[in-house]
Design a protein around this ligand. Structure first.
Ligand code: GTP
Ligand code: MG
Length: 137
């Protein structure tokens, strides 16, 4: 598929990096299909990250993701999922390549600035979690 889903996480929002991150995403050739700022409740954050509910960091993850506003967006580009994950870099910014969004803007493995879908199937599920069909341009 040519679509992926992203969130600018609460750490990057709080640290004033949202504009720079969106600028970078657009300069890398992603088209914005849908975009909004919102805030996840703990319940909604837990639902979004349900796949991680057995992991030791689940509580921390839910608390963090509901701690402040986020920006959610659906993005379009050829090979969107893998191309976007290359752009954001490794989960832990300490292991992320130079120039990646997480290397530039993330704080830690938990507070890592951005989300990127890990498969075409999850990109569609995650996009539909935040946006109706009518909101996708
Ligand atoms: P996402 O794009 O956010 O899904 O990140 P990812 O695919 O690179 O990582 P993964 O799906 O394995 O983990 C989801 C999120 O859980 C990460 O982005 C982190 O925010 C958080 N996370 C992962 N590992 C840890 C950890 O060891 N400690 C904490 N506190 N959070 C973690
Ligand atoms: Mg993931």
């Amino acid at each position: 598929s040519n679509r992926t889903f992203t969130m600018i996480k609460p750490d990057a929002m709080k640290n004033g990096h949202a504009g720079a991150i969106l600028d970078r995403i657009i300069k890398e050739g992603f088209r914005v299909v849908a975009l909004k700022m919102t805030k996840l409740s703990e319940e909604k954050a837990g639902e979004f990250y349900a796949i991680h509910r057995e992991r030791p960091f689940f509580g921390e993850l839910v608390e963090f993701m509901s701690s402040g506003p986020i920006i959610a967006a659906i993005l379009e580009k050829e090979n969107a999922v893998s191309s976007f994950r290359t752009l954001i870099g490794a989960t832990n910014p300490a292991n992320a390549d130079e120039g990646t969004i997480r290397k530039l803007f993330a704080t830690s493995v938990g507070e890592n600035a951005v989300h990127g879908s890990d498969s075409d199937e999850n990109a569609a599920i995650e996009g539909a979690f935040f946006f109706s069909g009518l909101e996708q341009i």
